[in-house]
Design a protein around this ligand. Structure first.
Ligand SMILES: [Zn+2]
Length: 187
């Protein structure tokens, strides 16, 4: 299965989630089957927000998604390393960058001028150029943050660049709407 097919399958799962028709997975059986190792097909970078749970949103099973979660779905060295583990070692053909509406991190950055206490500042530092570029318009900053994250991953990760160039990795940017449960691609 290539990245486009994996993405189509995830969107199918999201449609089930929106309709409230989630599959009844047998977690016990799957847990046992996965003892030999994980064979997931998607690496996903998303926000830590408790309302954004990729396994629920895409109606997937245990062992399907390799998740990287940070506030505001920004990446640092450890995030990049985790993404590289997913796309190279686990060879997932899809890297999904998933943002969401009403993101608290992006909202805080837009409203508070990129200032925060403690280690939260490191997240604001990532988001501030996006907030400034979109004139602190939250609805514009959220998709722009996804585009920025994609550019950053491609710029900084030779592993990701190589896999994309070889046609072995598809990167998709998408927005999750808290209001409806639907996921839509972001260009
Ligand atoms: Zn968020």
């Amino acid at each position: 299965m290539d990245g486009k097919q994996v993405w189509a399958e995830l969107l199918e799962g999201n449609r089930r989630f929106v309709r409230g028709e989630r599959r009844a997975y047998d977690f016990a059986a799957r847990r046992t089957a996965l003892l030999a190792g994980q064979k997931c097909r998607t690496t996903v970078l998303t926000c830590s927000d408790s309302r954004v749970v990729p396994e629920f949103i895409f109606d997937t099973n245990l062992g399907d998604l390799f998740d990287v979660e940070t506030a505001g779905n920004v990446v640092d060295e450890i995030g990049l390393g985790t993404i590289e583990y997913g796309v190279e070692h686990l060879a997932t053909p899809l890297l999904l960058l998933l943002g969401h509406t009403r993101c608290g991190a992006v909202t805080a950055c837009c409203r508070e001028g990129g200032h925060a206490h403690g280690h939260l500042q490191s997240i604001m530092d990532r988001l501030e150029p996006v907030a400034a570029r979109t004139h602190r318009d939250i609805d514009a900053a959220i998709p722009e943050n996804l585009r920025q994250t994609k550019r950053e991953i491609l710029e900084r990760s030779e592993v990701v660049r190589k896999l994309v160039a070889e046609g072995r990795l598809e990167i998709v940017t998408a927005l999750y709407r808290l209001e409806t449960g639907a996921v839509e691609p972001v260009e």
